[in-house]
Write a protein that binds this ligand. Sequence first.
Ligand SMILES: Nc1ncnc2c1ncn2[C@@H]1O[C@H](COP(=O)(O)OP(=O)(O)OP(=O)(O)O)[C@@H](O)[C@H]1O
Ligand SMILES: [Mg+2]
Length: 504
Amino acid sequence: MADYVLAIDQGTTSSRAIVFDHSGRIVSTGQLEHEQIFPRAGWVEHNAEQIWTNVREVVGLALTRGNLSHEDLAAIGITNQRETAVVWDKNTGKPVYNAIVWQDTRTQAIADELGGSEGPDKYKSIVGLPLATYFSGPKVKWILDNVDGAREAAERGDLLFGNTDTWVLWNMTGGPDGGVHVTDVTNASRTMLMDLDTLSWREDIAADMGIPMSMLPEIRSSSEVYGQGRPRGLVPGVPIAGILGDQQAATFGQACFEVGTAKNTYGTGNFMLLNTGTEKVASKNGLLTTVCYKIGDQEARYALEGSIAVTGSLIQWLRDNLGMFEDAPDVEWLARKVEDNGGAYFVPAFSGLFAPYWRPDARGALVGLTRYVNRNHIARASLEAVAYQSREVADAMRLDSGVELTELKVDGGMVQNELLMQFQADQLGVDVVRPKVAETTALGAAYAAGIAVGFWKGEEDVVANWAEDKRWTPVVAEDERERLYRSWKKAVTKTFDWVDADVQ
Ligand SMILES: Nc1ncnc2c1ncn2[C@@H]1O[C@H](COP(=O)(O)OP(=O)(O)OP(=O)(O)O)[C@@H](O)[C@H]1O
Ligand SMILES: [Mg+2]
């Protein structure tokens, strides 16, 4: 009996496989981290073959731990780190270069050149995005420009591009032996190559970037059967029936189906999405316009998105680069040893600043230091930075949409941090609400797949299954809240204008 749905969450730091039952509860999981490769300052790569091996392994782990076989699965959904670009040879299945990760800043010169005299907003009215290092298209151009023989192979039709959803799907469905080369509208909306109105590739923009159309996957909805698993993916015959970029998947899993509902995910970075329904809202305040989801033949739903590059990864940085503690959750214990930030503000502009600033010339800064500041203050300043950045994005959303936030649904690894959640509620001035299943990214992909095969009826099942776990209500005094935020805003300005052409 196929009583379960499996979601594969191919994330930035790890790949997970999670089995869900009909009530949306977790039955079993498998998770493996992959290597973060930093060849130079500002460059971030993943080994796509390691990612595929890990995906197979975590699928095996989740099935084994749940005492299940592929026959117990009604469908499989895929969710993924978006924008990260993989280019591979369709005959051998080998990537021609490491995956270039969304955080990587090497394409700044390409972005500047593409913008020319029109600047970073050249394609914004078509694709919803400013020219920035973040998105996939310029990363593909970089690979074709810099890897020996890549452009010729691409022009011969031998190379394929995909975000990691496409890479995983192609491998699961046969790889060189008939693999399906498809992506969904949400992933496509992160490439800078898709027209948000027609939901199809723009040949003119692909031509500007020198990307042959034959490399691009077919764009499909987020919830439909794309193909069947093959033995190499451990799930022979199981329909793969849902794809959503990780942030859109979390929005789906949080049941943000009504216009004006929003969620904020606290993972490697933070990403707030506000559902704007069938209307495509252009941002005047540094947000992105993106596809939220599209179920089968139904109309696409759009979202405004505030993307923050560095939040959870700042905690990893304290752990790995400064050796401040062993495990990410320990940061809370350090931060609780002090009453406040001691005057220190940490602006983690490690990849420049994303929303709402889009300042590639910024780099990280720890400011306000005196002899008084110790590592506990720095731990606290790092957590506060996550909340201030999210407040900036929430402010931009209010300005763009006119919707007043009444509460914020949150998810992701950092929402276990109670100090952060309370501070977030204090900074936003509204309640912060955590659901029972905090793995909303995987859950959203499972729902998209399950809805496609009739395992779930539709969004109403997602709404019915959503349950609140915990709520934080603001307690801080207004003047204190604004004083802190004012200092944060000042700290942000100290990071601007750092990168020169000859200094990274
Ligand atoms: N208790 C905690 N306090 C602070 N930060 C935490 C805590 N637990 C986890 N984190 C941070 O949260 C992040 C992990 O969150 P999550 O598992 O949602 O990310 P992820 O889904 O693996 O990211 P990605 O999808 O990008 O791979 C890590 O960056 C880690 O440093
Ligand atoms: Mg994730």
